[in-house]
Design a protein around this ligand. Structure first.
Ligand code: IMP
Length: 504
């Protein structure tokens, strides 16, 4: 006979934090958000720590190389999506590992034959106003010119006008040869009062662009997450089918950490995958596993040797798993139970296996709640999809900018491996949707804004780091009516969009 599961099934929005005593030392500037990414033994240090407790979801619409660099600059890590060939995924990892801060590969390149209409469309889509022109329209074609918004007048110019007629041609451009240091590029930018400096190789091919605003990137990103060779750190998703082919390619590309990407991870497939990695690489390759939603699932994966365990089934914003299959659990309750088991496991074995709360974060305060409930770090999809750096298109829908965001289990992504239960390959039904999310500008600004709130609430709880937050946080369930009391109520809002502004 089936048993009734004894745990509860609440979501983040059903909880609040009750403030605790805060001393004069509890100021946001004193708060550390450092957190372990991978397992470690009592008394030892984890081999990888994050400087902020955020990782980006293993999704086509979220974790490409550009977002990975932007997030590593802030101190978190991306997991490049695995729903592509091993070669493509490894190439993305390599792109992050070979990224030189300040040297940007163009993602909005024109050909001379394109029209002003094309320029405006590209600008709308990417938000970039400086666009290199190359002979073949690729980011590494021969440089033939540059277009900026100062090159055309919308009020006068015909939209059919060709790029070649209004671009600044290459012979009138200041460029720098490949190999020029960032320091020297900056001197050239200042000397010639430029906004962008194209870097070209000896054959005149574009290699990258240095923008004036990017020069100080290192100085303005004190938390950036670097490996021992000062390269940005990056993770990658793997599946339980083709690991023998995929993992070696990712390792050759320089990946720092892997994560098995599965909608339901309490399974022997995860053990077989971890066993294979241990057999071939020992403990030198770090691999997270999941997803689980209870203590039993956590213990199974911890015993299998997972370096971290991911929690969450059915809570993702684009997820319809609960509706389609009737499995899952409220994210907050799942997290609370799993974190309690992590602590028990630590007391029993002396091994600490970090827990990642995956999916379902809507408001910034949900991040603080999840950390207070015990999460070592958070995996976010919708949150990161909204930023400039996510790999998806920015569109103007009814006068508002949006970005596309689709689930790995949607018909669009067709990531059947994530939902694989063995047997014949293929997706028989969808577990995710294709959607839009409100555009939210550059990642740095968004993350800074969210973490300012997290630090501030931690101060209200008297906590200066995440371990202290877990110890001191007083969490309370709230009633449905007090949820209404928590928002603006019984007033007529002057700005009808104000409520969406609180959302992270
Ligand atoms: P979000 O941050 O609420 O948008 O949730 C992101 C998380 O949803 C991911 O990290 C995955 O665990 C999960 N996810 C991604 N795609 C799908 C899907 O198509 N169906 C169900 N869950 C998904």
């Amino acid at each position: 006979m089936a048993t009734f599961f004894e745990g509860e099934s609440h979501t983040f929005s059903e909880y609040l934090l009750v403030p605790g005593y805060s001393s004069h030392e509890n100021i946001p500037a004193n708060v550390s958000l450092e957190t372990p990414l991978v397992r470690f033994r009592k008394g030892e240090e984890p081999s990888i720590k994050l400087n902020i407790p955020m990782v980006s979801a293993i999704m086509q619409a979220v974790s490409g190389p550009k977002l990975a660099v932007a997030l590593a600059q802030q101190g978190g890590i991306s997991f490049i999506y695995g729903s592509q060939t091993p070669e493509q995924e490894a190439a993305m990892v390599e792109e992050v590992k070979s990224y030189k801060a300040g040297f940007v590969a163009s993602d909005s390149t024109l050909t001379p034959d394109m029209s002003l209409e094309d320029v405006l469309e590209l600008k709308e889509r990417t938000g970039h106003s400086t666009m290199p022109v190359t002979d073949d329209g690729t980011a590494h074609g021969h440089l033939v010119g540059i277009v900026t918004s100062r090159d055309y007048r919308l009020s006068r110019d015909d939209r059919a006008k060709k790029v070649s007629e209004f671009m600044t041609p290459a012979d009138k451009l200041v460029t720098a040869p490949e190999g020029t240091s960032l320091h020297d590029c900056n001197d050239i930018i200042w000397e010639h009062k430029l906004n962008a400096l194209p870097i070209v190789d000896k054959d005149g091919r574009l290699t990258s662009i240095v923008f004036r605003k990017d020069y100080d990137s290192h100085k303005s990103n004190p938390d950036e997450l670097l490996d021992e060779h000062k390269r940005y750190m990056v993770g990658a998703g793997i599946n339980t089918r083709d690991y023998a082919e995929r993992v070696p390619k990712l390792i050759d590309a320089g990946v720092d950490v892997l994560c098995i990407d599965s909608s339901e991870g309490f399974s022997e497939w995860q053990k077989l995958t971890i066993d294979w990695i241990r057999e071939h690489y020992g403990d030198s390759v770090k691999v997270g596993a999941g997803n689980v939603v209870d203590a039993e699932g956590f213990r199974y994966l911890a015993d299998c040797g997972a370096d971290f365990v991911k929690v969450g089934i059915g809570g993702g914003s684009i997820c319809i798993t609960r509706e389609q299959k009737g499995i899952g659990r409220g994210q907050a309750s799942a997290l609370i139970d799993v974190c309690a088991e992590r602590d028990r496991y630590f007391r029993e074995t002396g091994i600490y296996v970090p827990v990642c709360s995956d999916g379902g974060i809507v408001y910034d305060y949900h991040m603080t709640l999840a950390l207070a409930m015990g999460a070592d770090f958070l995996m976010l999809g919708r949150y990161f999809a909204r930023f400039d750096e996510s790999p998806t298109r920015r569109l103007n829908v009814n006068g508002s900018y949006v970005k596309e965001y689709w689930g790995e289990g949607s018909a669009r992504a067709r990531n059947w491996q994530r939902y694989d239960l063995g047997g014949k390959k293929g997706m028989s039904f969808v577990e995710g949707v294709d959607s839009y999310v409100p555009y939210a500008g550059p990642l740095k600004e968004g993350v800074d804004g969210s973490l300012t709130k997290v630090r501030s609430t931690m101060c209200n709880c008297g906590a200066l780091d995440l371990a202290e937050l877990r110890d001191k946080a007083k969490i309370t369930l709230v009633s449905a009516t007090s949820l209404v009391e928590g928002g603006a109520h019984d007033v007529i809002l002057k700005d009808s969009n104000a409520d969406t502004n609180y959302r992270g």
